[in-house]
Design a protein around this ligand. Sequence first.
Ligand code: DGL
Length: 264
Amino acid sequence: MTRALVFDSGVGGLTIATELRRAAPDWTVDYAADAGFFPYGVKTDDELRVRLPGLCASLVDIARPDVLVIACNTASTLSLADIRACVAIPVVGTVPAIKPAADLTRTGVIGVLATPGTVKRAYLDDLERQFAAGKTVIRRGSAGLVDMAERAVRGMAPDADAVAYAVQPMFDGPEGARIDVVVLACTHFPLIREAIAAACPPAVTLIDTGEAVARQALRVAPASTGNDPGGAPVAYVTGGHANLAAMAPVLARFGYADVRVVDL
Ligand code: DGL
């Protein structure tokens, strides 16, 4: 049996955990939310660089997974290499789906919807150079959509005007009207996919990385380590018992009845 640990700042990584459970029904898929340090999207690069490698190493020590999935674009596009250097197991990152978008677009104009952190990353410049040469990529960062996704999983439907306010500027600039593919480059955003789709012109296709990340985890995970004692999946939450209380009902709905606070 294989044990995976899926990690994000909040509930966004649950979209990846769901895809992973679908792709590997016999795996135990644990979850970790750095709720005490959420949101990542507005933190400075230095703050995240200092926190992420040590945090991930500690989570791996506690959860003892066979594979670690960084289910966060903001973290992966900054610290994937540093995290890999700190843990002895395979690490799968989640990065914006620029290549699939470049393959899919017919107009040659792609929108990327991400956190304010991810849209500034050199990693994204590299993805564009490598996979979207000759295409136009229009980036839009929004912390508001992350909050809306956190609220949506707690039963508060996103406000259509607020979603439009976050999304519309992508289409208003030069060439924006020609966008036909929008990359959901934050794992929170598939949680409010319908609301985002409703704020985009009808011909726009939204794509995310959930399935691709799950496939990659299956590819890199060791065949069988005997590491997994079996049993129900566990969710770990940072930031103390207040965060546990806020997250436990959501995590329970995603199959995590066993939620533990970790002091990291
Ligand atoms: N879910 C994270 C991502 O994919 C970021 C959310 C946050 O700002 O913490 O980028």
